[in-house]
Ligand binder design. Structure first.
Ligand code: WT7
Length: 648
């Protein structure tokens, strides 16, 4: 991208304003005013948000910035769990439902704030007795269940930092993450249900722990009760661990800059990076973004479909919503078990108001057809969210009409494991543009720039960067500050570089064009993957597409497309030609795929992101290893990592 701008070619999309009755009660009724206040003095803006929360000791300064290391709220003392739980017990929310969970088998668990706090306190007490204290690490390896959130909160409560490993990862993935953090205690489950089968978590944990010399104790939550193996002296059931404990464990007083968790992410390549987040700044970022972006109100039932094992679950199932005193819905298992109506049935049954999911799930449901959602009453929904990948305009409209009944604002939230909370989105009272995430969140100084850091004119793509620190940012990579500086702050010198390509239009909306690594260079034109894919998906026959660049002697690269058809359409040479011409018509000849392949599935990460890098390697005939663990219809969770056994 040295010296060359990215072309943005996708058709301009119309603005979709928020419905009038939504505006009337919106949490942020005047987004423009909030933005201009934040622009004047972003530190004052964040301090004002922080002042909504409880602190044991107030900060001396809002930010100490020793490039590229930020210390937010230095001098302050707090504990995120005090804000997520303790403080609600002093209010009417004490008996409000905090978590409502349904297992894949219909099994249900409900926790009020008082109950949740008690269970967190009991586990915290047990962990303390096992010798865990401030600065220690607790690894958590479970499938989606309230106990997963309880284990996170219990660790944070006693000042330990957690290391949640997604339950779909293999024993090897778990082993490496435990060994990197040298942790003494693992909290796991005997299993979890996925597509009607028990995922044997405990067996995988045993295999991992056999190669983890630091592990002293394993706490096992019995979700399935199928008699998973237990190792005498090392393993203890959750039930036994908390038996006889009152739940009155003290919440540890932490410094704002003390670590809250480490979460490993590989990005699209390389050794997993341990992303570190902290009590103070992360608390403020997740608090304010949950409230403003999801328009969170006390009367809402909020469902983020991610697994708490990803950052989306950390920030928008556990911490952000609970700090706001919200009622959170969680569901175990697969979206298509026992049938493709499961999610819509849950929305109808529980009256879910806010749904936050990923484009991969939306496209999967699009493919399965309207007949599934149309059987259910989805009128309780009032706000929809998308995260994880760019959402193609056609999928946006389907989500808006078929799921939202045309009456729900959609927030397309751009962020990363590293950013901790959402950085780019429209606020729900603002008009959205399908395919564009929107504006930087108030207080966030995001921009689209060239390699030297100069802002790109509107319509010209470049690097998506953040110029100034923000409260919920990662502050380093676990045990690797040099890599932190290199990976994030040196690509465009002096700015946080996310690794994404983006473009800002004349109205200021930012559209994410895809990963920088995936950008195509066709005869000197730099094209992001998102726009060519969206042009393909805009054809009635196409539900999902992936585009890569393949070498070409004359043009350097030409686009090659992989396309999944809607049911009812058959691959043919005519359709192949028609689709390639369709791209040329929609966005120009330069983007016309030189070749196109019809496929039944696309390789995806465990979190549902399309792995173009794998398609490229296959195309070049490179050995890509065993890809059987990639799940094409994978669950809408977020992680750029192909490893791990398939749960399908
Ligand atoms: C990458 C971060 C924290 C969110 C879950 C994924 C892509 C994420 C969007 C969006 C376009 C998006 C980016 C980003 N991404 N949200 N709304 N529009 N792209 O977290 O696994 O750390 O992945 O996901 O490429 O860099 P993650």
């Amino acid at each position: 991208m040295e010296g060359i701008d990215l072309d943005s070619v996708l058709e301009e999309q119309d603005k979709i304003p928020a419905p009038a009755d939504f505006l009337a009660g919106a949490v942020v009724a005047d987004p423009a005013a909030a933005r201009s206040r934040a622009v004047q003095d972003s530190e004052a803006f964040w301090a004002e948000a922080a002042a909504d929360l409880d602190w044991y000791r107030k900060w001396d300064r809002v930010l100490d910035w020793d490039f590229p290391f930020a210390d937010w709220f230095p001098g302050a003392e707090c504990n995120i769990v005090h804000n997520a739980l303790d403080r609600h017990l002093e209010t009417w929310r004490r008996h409000k439902v905090a978590l409502l969970w349904e297992g894949e088998d219909g099994h249900r668990q409900v926790f009020t704030y008082a109950e949740l706090s008690r269970e967190v306190g009991r586990l915290a007490d047990a962990l303390r007795e096992m010798g865990i204290s401030r600065g220690d690490c607790v690894t958590i390896y479970m499938s989606i269940c309230p106990q997963q959130a309880i284990a996170m909160l219990a660790s944070a409560k006693i000042g330990a930092f957690h290391n949640v490993v997604f339950g779909g990862f293999s024993a090897d993935g778990l082993r490496d993450r435990i060994n990197d953090t040298q942790c003494k205690v693992l909290v796991t489950a005997d299993g979890g249900l996925y597509r009607g089968k028990i995922v044997p978590l405990k067996e995988a944990a045993d295999k991992a722990v056999a190669q983890c010399p630091t592990i002293e104790k394993v706490i096992v939550y019995e979700r399935c009760g199928h008699g998973a193996p237990m190792t005498e002296g090392r393993d203890i059931t959750w039930e036994e661990a908390v038996a006889g404990r009152s739940g009155n464990a003290k919440t540890e007083v932490m410094s704002a800059g003390d670590p809250l968790f480490v979460l490993y992410t590989s990005g699209t390549t390389g050794k997993p990076k341990g992303i570190v987040h902290h009590h103070g700044g992360y608390m403020v970022g997740t608090y304010l973004t949950s409230k403003w972006i999801f328009d969170l109100r006390d009367t809402d039932l909020f469902w983020c479909t991610a697994d708490p094992g990803w950052i989306t679950g950390h920030s928008y199932i556990v911490y952000g919503p609970l700090i706001n005193g919200a009622t959170v819905f969680m569901a175990e298992g697969s979206p298509d078990t026992p049938d493709a109506g499961r999610w819509w049935r849950l929305i109808e049954r529980y009256g879910i108001n806010i749904l936050y999911t990923a484009p991969t799930a939306i496209r999967m449901f699009m493919r399965l057809g309207e007949q599934w959602p149309s059987q259910y009453d989805l009128s309780s929904l009032r706000l929809l969210g998308s995260v994880g990948e760019p959402i193609n305009p056609k999928a946006w409209h389907w989500y808006h009409q078929v799921i939202g009944g045309g009456k729900c604002p959609i927030v397309d939230t751009w962020w990363q494991t590293e950013t901790g909370s959402v950085l780019i989105t429209t606020l729900p009272a603002e008009a959205a543009k399908p395919g564009s995430a929107g504006f930087p969140f108030p207080g966030i100084d995001a921009d689209v720039v060239d390699k030297q850091g100069n802002s790109r004119p509107s319509g010209v793509g470049g690097y998506l960067v953040v110029r100034k620190p923000w409260p919920s940012m990662l502050t380093t990579l676990y045990k690797d500050p040099d890599r932190y500086r290199e990976v994030y702050w040196e690509i465009v010198p002096g700015m946080y570089t996310a690794g994404d390509a983006a473009v800002r239009d004349a109205d200021g909306y930012i559209r994410v064009l895809g990963r920088m690594d995936d950008v195509l260079n066709v005869a000197g034109h730099r094209l992001g993957t998102m726009e060519i894919e969206s042009a393909l998906v805009s054809h009635a026959a196409v539900v999902e597409a992936a585009v890569i660049g393949i070498p070409d002697e004359i043009k350097f690269e030409v686009p090659k497309a992989f396309v999944i058809l809607h049911s009812g359409y058959e691959p043919s040479e005519e359709l192949n030609n028609e689709l390639r011409s369709h791209v040329a018509d929609q966005i120009g000849k330069i983007a016309r795929p030189a070749s196109l392949e019809f496929v039944d599935s696309l390789p995806k990460t465990r979190s549902g992101k399309i792995m173009r890098r794998l398609l490229k390697a296959q195309e070049r005939g490179e050995l890509v290893g065993d890809t059987s663990t990639l799940d094409p219809g994978s669950v809408p969770v977020d992680q750029d990592e192909p490893e791990g056994r398939s749960r399908g």
